[in-house]
Design a protein around this ligand. Structure first.
Ligand code: MLT
Length: 251
């Protein structure tokens, strides 16, 4: 199976991604927050690409069973119930709720991947589950780094290191016949360089520094804790849910 890593999701479109096997990685913070929300009993996450769409979709649904979550510039969007900090997605707040989720990069990459054959949401907090899933599907996979849209580049080091960790661990498994593209080899090399201390690496990235500046250092600590949420969020229909085996809170 071939593993490819995409460092810039903005050059991808939904037609190109249709029918593919995809992992969307947005360590800071969308993927991490989704893992926490589903672990804490959220019914489903509905990723959208714009605030307008979030408002439109939630129109009739908005109320007791539906929440709007997401951010712009790291902060809660006006009129939304929740921001994008995993700390907000407690069991008391999200249990049984559908969450319409709109973030700057992560939910856009997820939305673009909505016609994938298989789509999993990956981060350090659930990395072993993601690797197990890839091994189980045993077909070509695209690891999409959600990146960070800004004036300079869309590249995000923390997402690339996470993709590299996935590639590295898959390559270490002799039972897996793996073909690596140049981008997956590059991500593996980034992991080898920066993956020794995930927290230190993330505190130093552009987005890590920004989140720290606006008061979200705790979120970085949560995101750096490897396998602390051993569950797998996957696309099911048009929404993201806990994979059945992991559905600890299923009714
Ligand atoms: C995003 O999707 O751009 C991020 O998750 C941003 C954030 O840290 O809230």
């Amino acid at each position: 199976m071939k593993i490819d890593v995409r460092f810039d999701p903005f050059e991808l479109d939904e037609l190109e991604l249709r029918g593919k096997n995809i992992v969307v990685v947005d360590v800071l913070r969308a993927s991490t927050t989704i893992a926490v929300a589903l672990n804490n009993g959220a019914r489903e996450i509905i990723p959208v690409e714009s605030i307008e769409n979030a408002v439109k979709i939630s129109g009739s649904l908005f109320g007791d069973v539906t929440l709007r979550g997401g951010e712009r510039n790291g902060k809660t969007i006006q009129g939304f119930n929740l921001g994008n900090s995993p700390l907000e997605y407690t069991e008391a707040t999200v249990k049984g709720k559908s969450i319409i989720f709109c973030t700057t990069n992560g939910s856009v990459a997820m939305y673009k991947s909505r016609f994938a054959q298989n789509l999993a949401i990956g981060a350090f907090v659930n990395i072993s589950k993601v690797i197990e899933f890839i091994k189980e599907i045993r077909q070509d996979f695209h690891l999409i780094c959600a990146g960070r849209a800004n004036a300079f580049s869309n590249f995000s080091l923390e997402d690339s290191v996470c993709a590299g960790m996935i590639v590295h661990r898959l390559s270490a498994d002799k039972a897996v016949a793996l073909e690596l593209t140049d981008s997956s080899l590059a991500s593996q090399s980034l992991y080898k360089t920066y993956g020794r201390s995930l927290l230190k690496m993330m505190k130093n990235t552009e987005h890590g520094r920004y989140l720290t500046e606006i008061g979200f250092l705790e979120d970085i600590k949560i995101a750096a804790a490897e396998d602390s949420y051993p569950i797998l969020p996957i696309l099911s229909g048009n929404v993201i849910k806990l994979r059945r085996d992991d559905a600890r809170h299923a009714d």
